[in-house]
Ligand binder design. Sequence first.
Ligand code: IDP
Ligand code: MG
Length: 182
Amino acid sequence: MTRTIACWKAVAGAVAGRAEGRSGADRLSAMTDVADTTLPAEPAIERTLVLVKPDGVRRGLSGEVLRRIEAKGYTLVAVELKQATTELLAAHYAEHEGKPFYQPLVDFMLSGPTLAVVAEGQGVIPGFRSLAGATNPTEAAPGTIRGDLGRDWGLKVQQNLVHGSDSPESAAREIGLWFPNL
Ligand code: IDP
Ligand code: MG
């Protein structure tokens, strides 16, 4: 569509040049100038992995999280309630192994079902992180999922309702772990 518009602009520019009495070479150059204008790259459609963690599922907030994803305009590609395993969580949270909250995090993630979601759209990876809010629900801004619906419960791990992939590489890896058939 954008390319078609640029092409018509070029033709219009050349026709205007003829009306103004410009030479053929000038008119050709006018066409080339416009046609060579770099077209804006179309942002790629990306996918992210969202998890409604066991606290969110237990509190009946799965629908509210899905509602916010859809209200923002993203598309749901896959939604499945799953019981995580130790192996899956070890792979998913490999970057946090050795940190003081690692084992409490794994135990928490094993404490009940998780709603695994793949959402799609331009900018959905940072877009969902923005919807989720800061990791610590006490600090997360009002208006975000963690800011509106989460709080400090005095536990070793922050029960902050949702997970969202933090980069295209993480998204590809995490979607492969939670939805190997996608
Ligand atoms: P993120 O979920 O916002 O990406 P990460 O740093 O990747 O945050 O941490 C993974 C999860 O581990 C968090 O969502 C939270 O549940 C828990 N967590 C992270 N940092 C802490 C901490 O300092 N204390 C307790 N729990 C934490
Ligand atoms: Mg993270």
